[in-house]
Design a protein around this ligand. Structure first.
Ligand code: ZN
Ligand code: ZN
Length: 358
């Protein structure tokens, strides 16, 4: 099978050939038709994350070795079934979203369908195993596939990462009254999907923070009730947030998660407020420790989502309640130009690459 692979960090992806896997046991071989290009691909491409204080998390040290076939917002059709996957009711020609955040498959978390929280071994597609910038992906079990018939495939592709990531982060701040402001930091693919999901769940007060005017405009068009310029000193940004909200806020979901955005989010919280850290921009946050107990604050991480959340999101989308985020499709062969655009901050919403013969 052909793949566009990272063969050297930060260098253009190279088209290579890899053996097409043969499904065994409960495995399903999926022929990829679409794949969303996620911001986290940039970190994989560069080979690590900034941990702040001059420290870096190297993906090589975490067992991610080159070449990597990236791409984890995968849609496709069933190509071949392993012998134990045959009775699962998967249909030929049906478009499926692939749940990519795989684990070991046998620990308590994986068995509870919380594969993303696997305590043994991460096995994500597009990170540890070949992903959607290749012709085929191998899925361990039919439960990792969700039928998306009737949905726009380019939009549905984004549900496997940005969709469930925001779904899961929002679940961690709910319940909140519909007019109690929820702040979203970052109006990229994640932020716009978060606006759509909050609106679908009936939430009305949604404040979006971004440094780029074009992205703030996109957030307003997606249904944000207010937008805030995220540029400048974090305390000043926090002041702008509380001004827009009419006071300190109960929830900030930081989809950027850099030193400055996390600081601004933390300072904007009211008593009992929650700061949910989602993005992987990098940096560090120094907490004034006495404030955490005396104001009963929560600072919590949220990492992607699980197959149950993907099914819930797809169900809501099929009911027509999740507004589609702006998506642009481009041919897979343009993947290097797409990554450059993403790196340069020139992408509004999401780019989804289409495979030849999709
Ligand atoms: Zn992603
Ligand atoms: Zn596991």
């Amino acid at each position: 099978m052909f793949c566009y692979a990272v063969t050297e960090n930060s260098k253009p992806l190279v088209r290579i050939e890899l053996p097409t896997p043969e499904p065994t046991g409960s495995q399903v071989l999926v022929r990829v038709t679409h794949c969303g290009v996620c911001h986290s691909d940039l970190h994989l491409w560069e080979g690590g994350y900034d941990l702040g204080g001059g420290k870096r998390l190297s993906l090589k040290d975490r067992g991610v070795s080159l070449p990597i076939v990236m791409g984890h917002e995968i849609l496709g059709v069933v190509a071949r079934l392993g012998p134990d996957a045959k009775g699962a009711g998967l249909k030929e020609g049906t478009p499926y979203a692939v749940f990519p955040w795989l684990g070991c498959g046998s620990c308590p978390e994986c068995l509870a369908e919380e594969d993303n929280m696997c305590r043994v071994k991460p096995n994500a597609l597009g990170v540890y195993n070949p992903g959607g910038y290749g012709e085929y992906v191998l899925v361990p079990h039919p439960r990792h596939l969700v039928d998306i018939s009737g949905l726009d495939p380019a939009v549905a592709a984004t549900y496997s990462c940005s969709g469930i990531t925001v779904w899961s982060a929002i679940a961690k701040v709910m319940p909140m009254a519909p007019d109690d402001p929820i702040v979203l930091v970052g109006a990229g693919g994640l932020g716009l999907n978060a606006v759509a999901v909050l609106r679908a769940r009936g939430h009305r007060a949604i404040i979006v923070v971004d440094i780029a005017e074009g992205k703030r405009k996109a957030a307003t068009e997606a249904g944000a009730s207010a937008v805030v310029d995220g540029a400048g000193d974090p305390s000043e940004v926090a002041r702008r947030i509380t001004e827009a909200a009419g006071g300190p806020v109960g929830a900030v979901i930081d989809l950027v998660n850099g030193s400055a955005t996390a600081r601004a989010g933390f300072e904007a919280l009211r008593k009992g407020g929650k700061l949910i850290l989602v993005g992987l921009f990098g940096g560090e946050l120094a907490l004034p420790l006495p404030l955490v107990p005396t104001r009963a604050l929560t600072v919590r991480g949220s990492y992607v989502g699980n197959p149950k959340e993907l099914r819930d999101l797809v169900r809501l989308a099929k009911e027509g309640r999740v507004a589609p985020l702006p998506v642009r499709t481009r041919p897979l062969a343009d993947i290097n130009a797409v990554l450059d655009d993403l790196l340069g901050g020139r992408v509004v919403g999401r780019v989804v690459v289409e495979h030849p013969g999709g």
